[in-house]
Design a protein around this ligand. Structure first.
Ligand code: SAM
Length: 505
């Protein structure tokens, strides 16, 4: 029998820890609580210091990306990134601050989603699958209550694997925790990958309070929820109605439903909906409704925002206009250090930021979210095909089948292109800097960063300046997942004279 290589399951997280005298451990953990301490199921945030028995290491949250080094804003004000100065000052009163790097290895036995253990049993071990599952179940019950094996390759557009249940109950609705947020999901009907946790937190660490985020392939919200927790306004979309159901549930569980606007449609239509400038000149009081896309404004493409969802969005808009959620948009932007090799998302010049923020807070009423005026980041986590979504399509080939017949909706006979991103934004209405696009992709050994860049530029019909490739993880011996980040090129903006507007009217 071939041996199982458990090291293949390992993930190493590069974190930071405070080295403290052990007698202060309780006081310091109380002070840092869950917000700044590492918060992972079954992992203790206070550990022994290998260098001295008298000390303990208090492991900090992944959100605390790195201590302020000499040239970062955090260093200038003398505290750790993303940790308020008061907390840092209280720490200093308790002990000397000694920050050390800490590597956390999550090994073979760590991986599961809530009560579900997910196996990928290779062909040569299939004969033993029931024995393997029983051992895992018996050894880990009650933490693990279901053991499943992935069957075949993922072919559906919702990216949900097919599972066979090998042991335990068939209910796959479960809860998982990531960086202090709780996610409920049905493992059998939505996309979920625990191994992306570090990537979710890396990207969210680039956002600032008050940023406007468009998550085109949001799933159940592992980017959107922490972004909203950080004070961003998030437009989150997924084609899978089940994912949108759990996205809304998770927004409620994590108390950020006022900052998240969920959509259930094709990603291109979602962007088009958000960026369409209303035809009539409207008074400020009606602008929130434009974002809600009531039924009459929804494109007849068979993938439109469901009524249920639309009600939700309208509800959110109303919540927004009543005030509570908008603290985030009016809030003064916090300076954060820019990581080496990471996009500098703070290059908007100060006058532009001021202009935009002023615009949002103008008048006595709450500011309005108007995505066609400004968004800060667009997330595209569908690595198998996100690059295609950078381009426009003529008559999208989406179709649906009924009793074996393939039917095309009226929308697909329409020759108007679905814009994404070339010509999507109207120069006249846009304020501030152009958005960062974070487009995930796979790079195979036969491809290179250059070939991917050239494909992206072809789709955009514009040159990308200063692209940043971040290697996320190896998914196979000759295939890795990357995140390509770049500022939307200026050429992608359309001028008034071009007639791309109101395609969803
Ligand atoms: C790889 S998953 C990423 C989900 C989430 N961002 C995460 O990190 O867990 C891609 C998501 O895109 C959704 N999706 C696939 N095709 C889509 C489309 N045309 N428009 C919008 N969403 C789509 C799938 O349902 C799936 O939830």
């Amino acid at each position: 029998m071939e041996k199982l290589d458990e090291s293949k399951f390992e993930q190493r997280l590069q974190l930071w820890a405070l080295r403290i005298p052990r007698e202060h451990a309780s006081a310091i953990t109380r002070l840092l609580r869950s917000s700044y301490l590492l918060d992972k199921p079954r992992v203790k945030p206070v550990v022994e210091d290998p260098e001295s028995e008298k000390n303990r290491l208090v492991v900090l949250s992944e959100r605390i990306q790195k201590p302020g080094s000499a040239d970062t804003p955090a260093a200038k004000i003398g505290h750790l990134s993303d940790m308020p100065k008061q907390v840092y000052d209280s720490l200093k009163q308790l002990c000397n601050i000694d920050i050390v790097p800490y590597t956390l290895t999550l090994g073979y036995s760590y991986w599961s989603a809530g009560h579900v253990a997910h196996l990928n049993i290779s062909d040569d071990l299939l004969a033993y699958k029931d024995v393997i599952a029983k051992v895992i179940y018996d050894k880990n019950y009650p933490r693990i209550q279901t053991v499943v094996n992935k069957v075949g390759t993922i072919t559906n557009e919702f990216r949900v694997p097919q599972f066979e249940i090998l042991a335990g109950k068939s209910d796959m609705v479960t809860e998982v925790k990531q960086y202090g947020a709780t996610f409920r999901l049905d493992y059998g009907s939505v996309y979920w990958n625990s191994r992306l946790e570090h990537e979710h937190i890396r990207l969210v660490s680039l956002f600032k309070k008050g940023d406007v985020i468009c998550d085109m392939f949001a799933g159940i919200g592992p980017f959107s929820i922490p972004a909203a927790q950080k004070g961003c306004v998030v437009y989150a979309n997924d084609l899978n109605p089940e994912s949108v159901h759990y996205l809304r549930t998770n927004a409620k569980i994590n108390k950020v439903e006022d900052c998240i606007f969920p959509y259930n449609m094709d990603a291109r239509m979602f962007m088009q909906n958000l960026m369409t400038v209303p035809s009539e000149t409207r008074s400020d009081s009606t602008i929130a409704d434009d974002n809600c896309y009531p039924e009459g404004k929804v494109p007849a493409n068979g993938n439109s925002l469901s009524n249920e969802n639309c009600n939700d969005v309208q509800e959110n808009c109303q919540n927004s206009t009543s005030g509570s959620s908008l603290e985030s948009t009016t809030a003064k932007k916090r300076q954060q250090p820019v990581k080496e090799g990471e996009p500098d998302c703070q290059d908007e010049d100060a006058s532009q930021t001021k202009k935009r923020n002023n615009k949002r807070v103008r008048g006595s009423g709450p500011p309005q979210a108007k995505p066609w005026e400004h968004i800060d980041h667009v997330l595209m986590n569908l690595p198998a095909s996100a690059l295609q979504f950078l381009g426009n399509v003529l008559s999208s080939p989406l179709s649906f089948s009924i009793i074996g017949l393939t039917l095309f909706s009226i929308y697909h006979m329409d020759i108007s292109p679905a814009y994404c991103f070339d010509g999507l934004i109207q120069r006249k209405y846009w304020t501030g800097s152009l958005p960062w696009i974070h487009c995930y992709c796979f790079i195979r050994s036969s491809e290179s960063e250059e070939s991917i860049l050239s494909e992206a530029q072809k789709k955009l019909n514009a040159k990308i300046v200063e692209p940043i490739f971040h290697r996320v993880r190896d998914v196979a011996p000759n295939k890795a997942m990357f995140c390509l980040s770049f500022k939307l090129p200026m050429e992608c903006l359309k001028d008034d004279t071009e007639n791309h507007v109101q395609t969803v009217a």
